[in-house]
Design a protein around this ligand. Structure first.
Ligand SMILES: CC(C)(COP(=O)(O)OP(=O)(O)OC[C@H]1O[C@@H](n2cnc3c(N)ncnc32)[C@H](O)[C@@H]1OP(=O)(O)O)[C@@H](O)C(=O)NCCC(=O)NCCS
Length: 147
Protein backbone atom coordinates (compact mmCIF):
# COMPACT_ATOMS: atom_id res chain seq x y z
CA UNK A 1 0.00 0.00 0.00
CA UNK A 2 1.36 3.41 -0.96
CA UNK A 3 0.92 6.21 1.55
CA UNK A 4 1.60 9.88 1.19
CA UNK A 5 1.93 12.75 3.62
CA UNK A 6 0.74 16.32 3.36
CA UNK A 7 1.53 19.19 5.70
CA UNK A 8 -0.99 22.01 5.83
CA UNK A 9 -2.68 24.67 7.92
CA UNK A 10 -5.47 23.78 10.31
CA UNK A 11 -8.21 25.11 8.02
CA UNK A 12 -7.22 22.47 5.48
CA UNK A 13 -6.57 19.56 7.84
CA UNK A 14 -9.16 20.27 10.54
CA UNK A 15 -12.00 17.86 9.86
CA UNK A 16 -9.85 14.82 9.08
CA UNK A 17 -7.21 15.50 11.75
CA UNK A 18 -9.85 16.09 14.40
CA UNK A 19 -11.66 12.86 13.50
CA UNK A 20 -8.46 10.82 13.94
CA UNK A 21 -7.54 12.57 17.20
CA UNK A 22 -11.02 12.12 18.63
CA UNK A 23 -10.94 8.40 17.84
CA UNK A 24 -7.46 7.90 19.32
CA UNK A 25 -7.17 10.31 22.24
CA UNK A 26 -10.78 10.84 23.36
CA UNK A 27 -12.48 7.55 22.54
CA UNK A 28 -9.56 5.11 22.84
CA UNK A 29 -7.43 6.73 25.56
CA UNK A 30 -10.18 8.54 27.48
CA UNK A 31 -8.60 12.00 27.34
CA UNK A 32 -11.03 14.81 28.23
CA UNK A 33 -12.24 16.39 25.00
CA UNK A 34 -11.62 19.86 26.49
CA UNK A 35 -7.94 19.02 27.03
CA UNK A 36 -7.63 17.47 23.57
CA UNK A 37 -9.09 20.57 21.89
CA UNK A 38 -6.78 23.14 23.46
CA UNK A 39 -7.36 25.93 20.95
CA UNK A 40 -3.78 25.91 19.66
CA UNK A 41 -4.48 24.10 16.39
CA UNK A 42 -4.88 27.25 14.24
CA UNK A 43 -1.31 28.25 15.18
CA UNK A 44 0.14 24.87 14.14
CA UNK A 45 1.17 23.04 11.00
CA UNK A 46 -0.61 19.69 10.66
CA UNK A 47 0.31 16.49 8.87
CA UNK A 48 -2.10 13.97 7.40
CA UNK A 49 -0.99 10.56 6.13
CA UNK A 50 -3.32 9.14 3.48
CA UNK A 51 -3.62 5.75 1.87
CA UNK A 52 -3.82 5.26 -1.89
CA UNK A 53 -7.56 5.87 -1.82
CA UNK A 54 -7.08 9.22 -0.11
CA UNK A 55 -8.33 8.20 3.30
CA UNK A 56 -6.58 10.01 6.18
CA UNK A 57 -5.20 7.49 8.68
CA UNK A 58 -2.67 9.41 10.78
CA UNK A 59 -2.02 12.95 11.93
CA UNK A 60 0.18 15.14 14.11
CA UNK A 61 0.99 18.81 14.61
CA UNK A 62 3.96 21.18 14.86
CA UNK A 63 3.57 24.11 17.22
CA UNK A 64 5.15 27.53 16.56
CA UNK A 65 7.80 26.78 19.20
CA UNK A 66 8.84 23.60 17.32
CA UNK A 67 7.14 21.18 19.70
CA UNK A 68 5.53 18.18 18.01
CA UNK A 69 2.28 16.86 19.42
CA UNK A 70 -1.01 15.06 18.88
CA UNK A 71 0.68 12.28 16.89
CA UNK A 72 -2.00 9.68 16.29
CA UNK A 73 -2.52 6.68 14.02
CA UNK A 74 -5.89 4.93 13.75
CA UNK A 75 -5.68 1.74 15.81
CA UNK A 76 -6.49 -0.54 12.88
CA UNK A 77 -3.44 0.56 10.88
CA UNK A 78 -0.69 0.82 13.51
CA UNK A 79 2.67 -0.86 13.00
CA UNK A 80 2.73 -0.13 9.26
CA UNK A 81 5.04 2.87 9.41
CA UNK A 82 2.36 5.59 9.34
CA UNK A 83 3.40 7.09 12.67
CA UNK A 84 6.96 7.23 11.41
CA UNK A 85 5.84 8.95 8.19
CA UNK A 86 3.87 11.55 10.15
CA UNK A 87 6.70 12.20 12.61
CA UNK A 88 9.31 12.50 9.84
CA UNK A 89 7.13 14.97 7.92
CA UNK A 90 6.79 17.20 11.01
CA UNK A 91 10.51 17.05 11.79
CA UNK A 92 11.28 17.96 8.17
CA UNK A 93 8.82 20.87 8.25
CA UNK A 94 10.49 22.17 11.42
CA UNK A 95 13.93 21.85 9.84
CA UNK A 96 12.89 23.63 6.66
CA UNK A 97 11.69 26.64 8.63
CA UNK A 98 14.96 26.84 10.52
CA UNK A 99 14.52 24.75 13.66
CA UNK A 100 17.64 22.94 14.80
CA UNK A 101 15.97 21.20 17.75
CA UNK A 102 12.46 19.79 18.02
CA UNK A 103 10.83 18.77 21.26
CA UNK A 104 7.83 16.73 22.31
CA UNK A 105 6.21 15.25 25.37
CA UNK A 106 6.06 11.53 24.65
CA UNK A 107 3.47 9.33 26.23
CA UNK A 108 5.67 7.07 28.31
CA UNK A 109 4.35 4.02 26.43
CA UNK A 110 5.55 5.52 23.15
CA UNK A 111 9.08 6.40 24.34
CA UNK A 112 10.65 3.53 22.37
CA UNK A 113 8.92 4.73 19.19
CA UNK A 114 10.49 8.19 19.51
CA UNK A 115 13.89 6.78 20.48
CA UNK A 116 13.88 4.88 17.20
CA UNK A 117 13.68 8.28 15.52
CA UNK A 118 16.62 9.70 17.46
CA UNK A 119 14.78 11.52 20.22
CA UNK A 120 16.38 11.45 23.66
CA UNK A 121 14.86 12.13 27.07
CA UNK A 122 15.30 15.74 28.14
CA UNK A 123 13.46 15.91 31.46
CA UNK A 124 11.56 14.05 34.13
CA UNK A 125 8.34 12.08 33.70
CA UNK A 126 5.19 14.11 34.45
CA UNK A 127 1.45 13.48 34.37
CA UNK A 128 -0.87 15.17 31.86
CA UNK A 129 -4.47 14.22 31.07
CA UNK A 130 -3.97 11.24 33.41
CA UNK A 131 -1.15 9.82 31.25
CA UNK A 132 2.56 9.68 32.12
CA UNK A 133 4.66 11.77 29.71
CA UNK A 134 8.40 12.15 29.13
CA UNK A 135 9.98 15.30 27.61
CA UNK A 136 12.17 14.34 24.65
CA UNK A 137 14.20 16.31 22.11
CA UNK A 138 15.91 15.78 18.77
CA UNK A 139 18.83 17.92 17.58
CA UNK A 140 18.83 18.40 13.82
CA UNK A 141 22.25 19.88 13.08
CA UNK A 142 23.37 16.58 11.55
CA UNK A 143 20.84 16.99 8.73
CA UNK A 144 23.08 19.73 7.30
CA UNK A 145 25.58 17.01 6.47
CA UNK A 146 23.04 14.73 4.80
CA UNK A 147 23.71 13.97 1.13
C1 LIG B 1 2.69 5.85 18.80
C2 LIG B 1 2.09 5.74 17.41
C3 LIG B 1 1.91 7.15 16.82
C4 LIG B 1 3.06 4.95 16.52
O1 LIG B 1 2.53 4.85 15.21
P1 LIG B 1 2.71 3.52 14.33
O2 LIG B 1 2.21 3.83 12.98
O3 LIG B 1 2.09 2.35 15.02
O4 LIG B 1 4.28 3.33 14.37
P2 LIG B 1 5.21 2.83 13.17
O5 LIG B 1 4.52 1.71 12.46
O6 LIG B 1 5.70 3.97 12.36
O7 LIG B 1 6.45 2.28 13.98
C5 LIG B 1 6.34 1.04 14.56
C6 LIG B 1 7.55 0.77 15.39
O8 LIG B 1 7.61 1.72 16.44
C7 LIG B 1 7.54 1.04 17.68
N1 LIG B 1 6.33 1.49 18.38
C8 LIG B 1 5.21 1.98 17.85
N2 LIG B 1 4.35 2.32 18.83
C9 LIG B 1 4.98 2.04 19.98
C10 LIG B 1 4.64 2.17 21.31
N3 LIG B 1 3.46 2.68 21.70
N4 LIG B 1 5.53 1.76 22.24
C11 LIG B 1 6.71 1.25 21.86
N5 LIG B 1 7.09 1.10 20.61
C12 LIG B 1 6.24 1.49 19.67
C13 LIG B 1 7.44 -0.43 17.46
O9 LIG B 1 8.60 -0.99 18.07
C14 LIG B 1 7.48 -0.61 15.99
O10 LIG B 1 8.67 -1.25 15.71
P3 LIG B 1 8.69 -2.60 14.84
O11 LIG B 1 8.45 -2.17 13.45
O12 LIG B 1 10.06 -3.14 15.08
O13 LIG B 1 7.61 -3.46 15.39
C15 LIG B 1 0.73 4.97 17.41
O14 LIG B 1 0.94 3.74 18.05
C16 LIG B 1 -0.41 5.70 18.09
O15 LIG B 1 -1.12 6.48 17.47
N6 LIG B 1 -0.64 5.41 19.38
C17 LIG B 1 -1.76 5.97 20.12
C18 LIG B 1 -1.60 7.46 20.32
C19 LIG B 1 -0.29 7.80 20.96
O16 LIG B 1 0.12 7.18 21.93
N7 LIG B 1 0.35 8.84 20.42
C20 LIG B 1 1.63 9.30 20.90
C21 LIG B 1 1.40 10.49 21.76
S1 LIG B 1 2.96 11.02 22.46
Amino acid sequence: MAYHTEVSAWKTAASEAQAIRTAVFVQEQGVDVVLERDGRDPTCLHVLVRDGAGQALATGRLLPDDHIGRLAVLASVRGKGLGSLALTALVSAAYRRGARVVRLNAQADAEAFYRRHGFVASGAVFMEAGIAHLPMSLHLQGLDDAP
